[in-house]
Every structure is written in C-alpha cells, then in structure tokens.
Design a protein around this ligand. Structure first.
Ligand code: ADP
Ligand code: MG
Length: 440
C-alpha cells in the first residue's frame, strides 16, 4: 500500500535524525524518555494508518455508526421503500497520541451513544489495528478515551517504566497492563488482601513491597507462621516478627494495645486520626504483613489451638476495623479466604478494600477475592496461566487492572533490609510480646 511506504520513509528519515543525536548532541524532549523507539518509529505510524483506513468499516460493523435519516422514504409519488440508509455518520477519531507502549485518543460520542457500545467494539479494534489490547474508559460525559497497547507489557522481558515510590506509605511494586507503574498506596486504600495458589507470586509481592517501604519512616511488622521462612529475610528491617501462631497471637494482641494507646492520644488531642496530630507527636505508621493467612486459623482440634485461632482472628479483625485512622495498615496474603477458615474471615475480607488476585486453582477463590467488588475481573483472574508468575488482577485507582509485580529475589530482599536496618523504628512493646509468646 502506498501510504505504508510513505510512513516507512518518514520513519526512516526520523531514525537517521535520532541516530545522529549523540553526534550532534541536541537534547531530546523529556517526554521521549522511556519511549520504545521501535514502536514510536514503526508500529505507531502504521497503527495510525490502519485506524484511519479501517475506522468507517469498523464503526458500521460494530454499530458505532448512526444515522439521522429515517429508515423509510416515499419515492415516485406513492411508492414507499425501507432499509438502512446508505451513508451513516461515524464518530470522528481524535488525534492519536503516542504513549510509552501504545497510543491514546479521545472520541466524542454521537448523540444517543453510550460508552458500552465502544466497550463492545474494543475487541474488533484490537484485530483491525493489530495491537495487543484496547481499553475504553469514559472520564468525561460524552467522551470516550481509547488506549491501545502495542504488546503485553506484563510479558517476560517487556520493558516497563522504572518508577520509585515517592509518597509516604506508597510503594511502586510492579507494572500495570498499560505499561505504567503499579502502586500500592496505603493512604488511599488502607488494607490489602493478596490471594493466589502456591508459587503464584504472593511472597514475592510482599518482598517488593518491603523493599519499597524500607527507606521510608515506617515500622514494618511481620507475621509468617510457616516458621518465618519468607519474612525472616527482612528481619533486620522488621520492628517485630512472629514466626509461629503463639507468637502471632501475642503480637496481634500487642498491636491492639498499641492502637488503643493511639486512639487515646488522638482523643486527648481532639484529632480524628493520627494524620491530624502535630508532626512531632504523630506516632510512626505501622504496616503489618501477614503471609499465609490460613496458618493463623488452622486448628488441630485441641482447646489450646482453637483458643489461639480465635484470638488471632479477633485481634486481626479489630486491627482492620480501627487501624486505618490510627496509622496501622494490613496486607494479608493467603491461598484462600473462604469462611471455611474460620468465622472471622469473611468479616476480615470486607475490611480489606485493596485486592490482588494471582493465579488461583478454582473459581471460588477468585470470586472470594474479587467477586464482591469487581465481578467482571473474576474471569480475567482465572485466565492467568501457570507460567505467568507474579501476574495478578489488582485494585488500581478505584477500578482494576492486570498487573505484574517486580521480581525481587531473596538476595535483593535481604540486602535492602540490611541497608535500611538503621531506620527500623524500635517498638519494645511488640518485641517483648513476641519474645514472651508461648509456642504452639
Ligand atoms: N513478578 C515475578 N516475576 C517473575 N517471577 C516471579 C515473580 N513473582 C514470583 N516469581 C517466581 O515465582 C516463584 C514463586 O513465587 P512466590 O512469591 O514464592 O509464590 P507464593 O508466595 O505465592 O507461593 C518465585 O520463586 C519466583 O521465581
Ligand atoms: Mg509464599
């Protein structure tokens, strides 16, 4: 096709200009940082060409074309004909803008149209434009924004955006499917639930989170009842670590005492949350990481075991209910979160507003993790393959997206924790509780 040839020629000329950049030393604009050049110079203009040439046919085939003319007409005096009008009008394509891994454009909907029509046409767009994915959102009444992604940014080896966490209690833990940074922000969503089958990437996500939070003035507390295998890597940066259920029950009880103390402090100062206290008197924010939730609820039938399970469950629920305003945040990882674990689990899940669902074995688990908030995300979570470790469906800014966590290795995790060991806030009350906890 001649237009394809013209586009290639323009791209080749641009390539030459860019290749000469080190020799001429002219500065590149900042927005070009992180752009995939192959996409910008080859794929992008080709895709725009495909969009322009297929748009009218696509609109007609997917019912995006509308007509203002009547479906019948009277011709030759008294002969009435009916049928589809010949030239329906189609919505006008906005100017496509280059993004790091695709393109974005806005379309003004025609009168009578709703975003649902465009959502239904998204799959046809991916085929006609030959891109990996198309996402349709409607941020403003009357408009839709269409984002096309050139290739799966979550695939192994795909280049992503390297971003750092900047806000207190927020952590960039990976990439989202549109190529942007994936953040867990405890100030926006106070508590998180992470589910997934064994080897799906739960502990790696916790490791990435700890690595990002380690430099911040935040106390990290670990509960890992599988002998502390995963979280003990970070022991140098943890203010307290419980590695069996006895210790966990004692630590959770001490955390409840801690937040009750904070509640009294807030009340005395007339503040509704620790964030309203003066900078100097504000207690350090606490993030409690729980790996393998089921271990807290398991019972071997003995009275002692049942007592510990109830204690853990009650304390955890209390922390989830009261914690957010008092600077205590929870991130709980487990394989299942069903009521079969214990009576408090469903109530706990309702408090954990942030959700991350890795590969799961059964629909039930995906439903429990996402179904109450995002029913349409359940099928997407179920489609995560065996080899897609670290890929998940997660809460992102009031909606959900496919995401992939940063692959933090054991060695990296240990090193990061040691590097920031000095910034570990001392919490003697918690350490004492763990030291004095009876073993189960
Ligand atoms: N984001 C990721 N990218 C690449 N590989 C990952 C990622 N997350 C996990 N993995 C791989 O999967 C393995 C299991 O991960 P892990 O976090 O221990 O799973 P889980 O805690 O769910 O059992 C890890 O050893 C790692 O090699
Ligand atoms: Mg694990």
């Amino acid at each position: 096709m001649p237009w394809e040839l013209i586009i290639w020629l323009i791209s080749a000329a641009l390539c030459v200009v860019l290749l000469m950049q080190p020799v001429w030393e002219y500065p590149l604009p900042r927005w070009l940082d992180g752009i995939a050049w192959g996409w910008a110079l080859g794929g992008f203009p080709l895709t725009v060409g495909r969009m322009v040439t297929t748009w009218r046919r696509l609109c007609i085939a997917t019912d995006l074309a509308v007509t203002n003319r009547p479906r019948h007409a009277v011709i030759a005096g008294d002969l009435m004909v009916s049928g589809s009008p010949l030239r329906p009008s189609v919505p006008r394509l906005g100017l496509p803008r280059l993004t790091r891994s695709g393109l974005r454009l806005r379309i003004r909907m025609l009168p009578g149209q709703t975003p649902a029509l465009y959502l239904a046409a998204a799959e046809a767009m991916t085929h006609d434009w030959r891109v990996y994915g198309v996402r349709v959102v409607s941020p403003r009444r009357g408009w839709v924004t269409i984002t096309a992604t050139a290739r799966d940014p979550l695939a192994d080896g795909a280049a992503g955006v390297v971003a750092r966490s900047v806000r207190l209690l927020s952590a960039v833990v990976g990439l989202t499917e549109d190529g942007g940074p994936w953040g867990i922000d405890f100030r926006a969503v106070p508590h998180w639930l992470v589910v997934g089958a064994t080897q799906s990437g739960k502990s790696t996500l916790l490791a990435s989170l700890v690595s990002e939070l380690a430099p911040q003035p935040v106390a990290l507390v670990g509960i890992d009842c599988k002998g502390g295998l995963e979280l003990s890597l970070f022991e140098a940066r943890l203010s307290a670590l419980a590695s069996n259920r006895g210790e966990a029950a004692a630590l959770l009880a001490a955390l409840v005492v801690e937040i009750e103390g904070r509640m009294a402090e807030c009340r005395a100062a007339g503040a509704r949350s620790v964030w309203e206290l003066a900078d100097g008197s504000r207690p350090v924010p606490l993030v409690v990481l729980v790996d393998e939730l089921a271990e807290l609820y398991l019972s071997d039938g003995s009275r002692e075991s049942k007592r510990l399970a109830v204690e853990c469950s009650t304390a955890l629920l209390r922390l989830a209910q009261l914690g957010a305003a008092l600077g205590l945040h929870l991130i709980v990882a487990g394989q299942r979160v069903g009521s079969d674990l214990g009576p408090g689990v469903t109530a706990l899940r309702a408090q954990l507003g942030g959700r991350v669902c890795h590969r799961v074995h059964d629909e039930q688990t995906a439903l429990m993790a996402l179904g109450d908030l995002w029913p349409d995300a359940v099928a997407v979570a179920q489609s995560i393959g065996e080899d897609e470790r670290g890929v998940a469906v997660a809460t992102v800014g009031g909606s959900w997206l496919r995401v992939r966590s940063t692959h933090t290795t054991t060695e990296q995790a240990r090193l990061t924790a040691m590097m920031h060991a000095k910034s570990t806030p001392a919490m003697p009350g918690l350490v004492h509780a763990v030291g004095g906890g009876d073993l189960s």
